[in-house]
Design a binder for this molecule. Structure first.
Ligand SMILES: CC(=O)SCCNC(=O)CCNC(=O)[C@H](O)C(C)(C)COP(=O)(O)OP(=O)(O)OC[C@H]1O[C@@H](n2cnc3c(N)ncnc32)[C@H](O)[C@@H]1OP(=O)(O)O
Length: 466
C-alpha cells in the first residue's frame, strides 16, 4: 500500500508500534510542526489500511481507525512497512488491545478476565502467505511478552484460524457465547500472567437469583464463605457451651411438673423457705375461697379481683423464677418479641388454652398437655370475664398444690408485678388499702385502674437477668 508521502521518514523500522499518540515509538520529531505532520500521516495510514482490512474481511465498517486508536489507551497497532526505494509501502496491520471479557472456561463457568485480544490483523493481498503474517505476529508476541494461547481473538476469519493452527497449533477452542475465540490453555496462561482479575469470577446458575439479579460475582471471600457455610451445614449441630451465670447449676425446671400435677421433688431449696412459700400460697387460696363464698359483697369482690390478679401474676412470676434454666432463654426471646408486654384478651378458654399451648410448644423445654381438662388436680385458677367483671383480664393457669419459691421483685422496668409482702405473711385480713400498701401491682405503662369502658390492663414484665 503506497502513500503520497514518504513513510520511511516516519517508520524507521519494518515493524512499528503505534499507540494513541499516533506516532511510532522510534519517531523523533525535530520540531512541533514535524510531530503534528507525522501524526496526520500516521492517521491517514491507519485509516487506509484499516479500510483495506475491513474490505478483506468483508466488513462494512473498519475495525481500525485513527480516531479509535487516539481515544483508547488500551489499544496499539503494529504496522509493517517495506522500503521500496521510494515513499515506502505499508504491508501489514495488527491491532491488539486489552478487553474486559466474560468468558466460559472448559467447565462452563463464566470468568471475568482482562485479556489481551487480537482485534484486527491484515496483510496486504500481495504479501499474504509469504510468511509476513507470522513475522508480524511474532514481533507482537515478543514485544508484549505474550503467548499465543493467551490471546482472545475477536471474530477471527477462516484465514486467521488457519494461520493460528498452522503456526501455533491452536486447535482446541473453548466455546463462547460472544464473538471471541479462546483456546485451551487460555486460563492457565492468564493465571500465570495474572491477567485474570484477581479473585473475581462469575457464577451463573438457573436460579431465581441469577434470573432476577444476573450472574453473581464469586470473589475469594464469597467462595470462602460458601465453603464455610457448606461445612456448617454438614457439621453436626452441637449446642454451644453455656458459660457464666447461665451455666451455673440450676434447680430442675418445675413449671412442667406443676402443669402436669407432678410433685416438685427436684426443688432443692431449704425446707423453711419452701414452707414459707407454701404458706403464702395457701393464704392467697384461703382468701380466694372466702371471697368466693360471699359474691354479693362488692368490696370483697373488688379485693378478690386484686388478689386474683396478684396471685396469678405472682404465681406466674414465681414459676418463671423457678424455671430459671429454661426461662432465661425464653425471656430473651420474649423480651425481644414483647411477649410479656402483650395484653392478653381471653374470652374463650379454648383460645386461651391454645395460646398457652402454642407458647409452650415454641419452647421445647416445656410441655403442656394437649387437653387441659385432663388435669383434674390440683385446682387451676382461670379467671375470666364473669369472675372478674372485666372485659380484658390476663389469664394465668397455675397449680397451687405445689411448693413454689418466689422472691421479691424490685419495682424496676416496665409493668413490673411487685409483691412487697414478706414471704409467709398472710394477707387474709388485708383490706384494699392495706393491700395497696404492702402488695401492689405496678404497671408503669397502664395503672391498675378501672377505666370507663371497664378494661383492665395488666402487663407482665420478665427481666432479662432473671
Ligand atoms: C481478528 C482478525 O483480525 S480476523 C481477520 C483476519 N484477517 C483477514 O482475514 C484478512 C485477510 N487475511 C490476511 O490478512 C492474512 O491471510 C493473514 C493475516 C490471516 C495471515 O497472514 P499471512 O501473511 O498470510 O500469514 P502467513 O503467511 O504467515 O501464514 C500463512 C498461513 O495463514 C493461513 N492463510 C493465509 N492466507 C490464507 C488463505 N487465503 N486461506 C486459508 N488460509 C490462509 C494458512 O494457514 C497459511 O498457511 P499455508 O499457506 O500453509 O496454508
Amino acid at each position: 500500500m503506497e502513500f503520497r508521502f514518504n513513510i520511511n521518514k516516519i517508520f524507521k523500522n519494518n515493524i512499528s508500534r503505534v499507540g494513541n499518540s499516533l506516532l511510532p515509538a522510534a519517531f523523533i520529531a525535530p520540531d512541533r510542526r514535524s510531530a503534528l505532520d507525522a501524526t496526520a500521516y500516521v492517521a491517514e495510514i491507519i485509516n487506509s489500511i484499516g479500510q483495506a482490512s475491513a474490505a478483506a474481511q468483508g466488513l462494512n465498517q473498519a475495525v481500525t481507525s485513527s480516531d479509535r486508536l487516539r481515544n483508547c489507551d488500551e489499544q496499539v497497532v503494529y504496522l509493517m512497512t517495506e522500503d521500496n526505494g521510494k515513499n515506502g509501502l505499508v504491508v501489514g496491520l495488527l491491532k491488539i488491545g486489552r478487553k474486559s471479557l466474560y468468558v466460559f472456561d472448559k467447565f462452563g463457568d463464566t470468568k471475568h478476565v482482562l485479556a489481551p485480544c487480537v482485534l484486527d490483523f491484515y496483510i496486504h493481498e500481495t504479501r499474504q502467505r509469504a510468511g509476513l503474517g507470522k513475522v508480524l505476529f511474532e514481533y507482537m508476541l515478543e514485544y508484549e511478552n505474550l503467548l499465543p494461547e493467551q490471546l482472545a481473538i475477536d471474530r477471527p476469519s477462516e484465514k486467521l484460524l488457519s494461520f493460528l493452527k498452522k503456526h501455533y497449533a491452536l486447535t482446541e477452542k473453548i466455546p463462547q457465547m460472544n464473538n471471541f475465540v479462546i483456546y485451551d490453555g487460555f486460563f492457565t496462561a492468564q493465571d500465570s500472567q495474572r491477567d485474570v482479575m484477581k479473585g473475581s469470577s462469575m457464577h451463573i446458575t438457573a436460579s431465581l437469583n441469577s434470573k432476577l439479579f444476573g450472574p453473581q460475582f464469586i470473589s475469594e471471600e464469597n467462595s470462602h464463605r460458601r465453603s464455610n457455610s457448606r461445612l456448617r451445614e454438614d457439621a453436626p449441630k452441637v449446642q454451644s457451651q453455656v458459660y457464666g451465670r447461665y451455666g451455673a447449676p440450676r434447680p430442675i425446671a418445675t413449671l412442667n411438673q406443676i402443669i402436669h400435677n407432678k410433685p416438685v421433688s427436684s426443688v432443692t431449696e431449704p425446707n423453711s423457705k419452701k414452707d414459707n412459700i407454701t404458706n403464702a400460697l395457701d393464704a392467697n387460696i384461703h382468701i380466694e375461697s372466702q371471697i368466693k363464698n360471699d359474691e354479693s359483697n362488692d368490696k370483697l369482690s373488688q379485693e378478690m379481683q386484686m388478689l386474683d390478679l396478684e396471685k396469678n401474676s405472682s404465681n406466674f412470676e414465681m414459676s418463671s423464677m423457678l424455671e430459671n434454666e429454661s426461662v432465661n432463654e425464653i425471656n430473651q426471646d420474649h423480651n425481644d418479641t414483647g411477649y410479656f408486654e402483650k395484653q392478653t384478651n381471653f374470652f374463650d378458654d379454648s383460645e386461651h388454652l391454645h395460646h398457652q399451648q402454642q407458647y409452650f410448644r415454641n419452647h421445647q423445654n416445656l410441655q403442656i398437655p394437649e387437653k387441659q381438662q385432663d388435669c383434674t388436680s390440683p385446682t387451676f385458677f382461670q379467671y375470666n370475664k364473669r369472675q372478674t367483671g372485666k372485659k380484658n383480664v390476663s389469664h394465668i393457669i397455675v397449680g397451687t398444690d405445689d411448693k413454689i419459691e418466689f422472691d421479691q421483685v424490685d419495682d424496676k422496668g416496665f409493668g413490673v408485678v411487685k409483691i412487697n409482702r414478706p414471704i409467709g405473711v398472710s394477707s387474709r385480713s388485708s383490706t384494699l388499702e392495706q393491700l395497696n400498701e404492702n402488695e401492689s401491682i405496678h404497671s408503669h405503662d397502664s395503672e391498675r385502674t378501672h377505666t370507663a369502658d371497664g378494661y383492665f390492663d395488666l402487663k407482665f414484665y420478665s427481666h432479662r437477668l432473671w
